[in-house]
Design a protein. Structure first.
Length: 487
């Protein structure tokens, strides 16, 4: 296929060349009505490029097939049979993917280290989650992807399960053995969905972790805005084999997706694909070398523990994305969240992630010598000034088994059923009726339908005292907790 073509961008360029005047949405009329104060900050071209696909980039019959051509090029670029663009982010794409495999009351295997968007999908579609617990790294207090044997055992216990959802890479860059998990699923004739939100770049360089389609996954969801070059909310479904029907997937996406898709997202997805096909190997190769330089420099700084290939050597993960810079800062006497806040306030550097133990930064093809220096100088300054950061109450980090809560009722039933708000001390032994997800990284410690324990409650409340943001709980202070009402 001709990857110099960019069908969406070409249609957008033609639309602007023609100078069409549109008497439908969007109401700003390609910027005519935009507040000049807004346009001054965003740029008027953002509005000029905000066009409905129908009666703008294409017509009601989609006779030019602009979007279809762009999706076919994407599928060819990454070795998939089908690709579908989504403009609502991978949070919605994952919900769609799960709906395409399992419906209300049916079972689906899920990595328990899943983002809250996955738990939200479980609540919305009413599936029965069969949790596959991750490999927990007690020393680092970090969850790595589950192994194939874990998946195989759960499928043996639940032969009526409809499929498996695997999260890889994790937020911290550790990767599963996707092919082995796919083999385990396919031996039971069920599909493997891979939430590869952090892996959109993986198909375009041979020295990066294996790409889900190349490892025989059936459906892979990527967030191109995370490690790629498209704008926020850009997501792509990649599909192969016949275990998941493309027609079913498109219908499920139509059920949840917006009817006012953003031309800006489509255009940047289209352009990013062309860039990666033409230049991706060189760009990502440079990024990989840059990341190794950054990692080596950070390892020389006192009080830092930098994660890397030793994760594989220790048997904790199959692969590790070298573009993820993950730094444990506990030896500095601070938490990752404190480090992230100090870097933002004092160096105007925003790291990609943080938790009670570490900070992380993603190196992408967009980085250069200047951003490399900014990052290293900022972290060096953090090390130098760590003693001046006010100490906060310690987070009571739990043992791994403490996080494996009993699933007493379906998440959907607990979430939508009768509930009451009770003092935290009275929530022990009760069934949660809400998600409780420390941000970052947004992985629920408690999901609806799980039995709350004193150890988990102690962990969460100590985290709130330290500075955890609990955005989804009815009471973010966790002085009270929403639980299922007693019969």
């Amino acid at each position: 296929m001709d990857h110099s073509r960019v069908p969406v961008l070409e249609a957008l360029q033609e639309f602007r060349r023609r100078g069409d005047v549109v008497f439908g949405p969007p109401g700003h009329r390609q910027g005519r009505g935009a507040d000049p104060r807004v346009a001054e900050i965003l740029g008027i071209d953002v509005f000029r490029s905000d066009v409905l696909t129908l009666n703008g980039l294409d017509d009601r019959r989609q006779s030019q097939g602009v979007l279809e051509q762009a999706q076919e090029l994407m599928a060819d670029a990454v070795g998939a049979e089908h690709a579908f663009f989504s403009t609502s982010g991978s949070s919605l794409s994952i919900k769609t993917a799960m709906l395409a495999v399992a419906g209300p009351g049916e079972k689906l295997l899920l990595s328990r280290n899943a983002h809250k968007s996955v738990i939200a999908a479980v609540i919305i579609n009413g599936v029965e989650p069969i949790w596959v617990h991750p490999k927990f790294d007690a020393e680092r207090h970090l969850a790595h992807p589950p192994e194939a044997d874990d998946v195989r055992n759960r499928l043996r216990e639940h032969p009526d399960a409809k499929g498996m959802l695997l999260i890889t890479p994790t937020d911290w860059g550790t990767c599963a053995d996707i092919r082995a998990v796919a083999d385990a699923c396919h031996a039971s004739d069920v599909p493997l969905i891979v939430d590869e939100a952090w892996g959109a770049h993986l198909p375009f360089h041979p020295d990066l972790p294996v790409w889900g389609m190349d490892a025989d996954a059936d459906l892979v969801v990527t967030s191109v805005h995370k490690m790629g070059g498209a704008i926020e909310q850009s997501s792509v479904f990649h599909l192969q084999h016949d275990r998941i029907s493309p027609t079913v997937l498109k219908q499920r996406e139509d059920l949840l997706g917006t009817t006012s898709a953003s031309s800006l997202v489509y255009a940047t997805l289209d352009g990013w694909r062309r860039q990666m096909v033409e230049q991706g190997r060189e760009l990502l190769g440079n990024a990989r070398h840059r990341a190794e330089r950054v990692r080596a420099e950070l390892r020389e700084m006192p009080g830092l523990r930098v994660m890397g290939g030793e994760i594989i050597e220790e048997g904790l993960a199959a692969e590790y994305d070298p573009l993820k810079i993950v730094v444990d800062v506990r030896e500095l006497g601070i938490s990752g969240m404190q480090g992230a806040e100090w870097l933002r306030a004092n160096c105007h550097v925003d790291v990609g992630g943080s938790d009670s133990c570490r900070i992380s930064a993603s190196i992408t093809h967009s980085d250069d010598d200047e951003t490399e220096k900014v990052l290293l100088d900022a972290v060096s300054s953090l090390v130098e000034h760590a003693d001046s950061i006010e100490r906060q109450p310690a987070v009571h980090l739990p043992a791994p088994h403490v996080l494996e809560l009993e699933q007493a009722v379906l998440p959907r039933d607990a979430f939508f059923g009768p509930a009451e708000q009770v003092p935290a001390e009275q929530a022990v032994g009760r069934i949660a009726a809400e998600m409780i997800s420390p941000y970052p990284p947004g992985v629920p410690v408690v999901a609806p339908g799980e039995v709350i324990t004193s150890d988990v409650l102690d962990y969460l409340r100590s985290g709130v005292a330290h500075g955890f943001l609990i955005s989804d709980a009815a009471d973010p202070t966790l002085e009270t907790v929403r639980v299922a009402a007693r019969p």
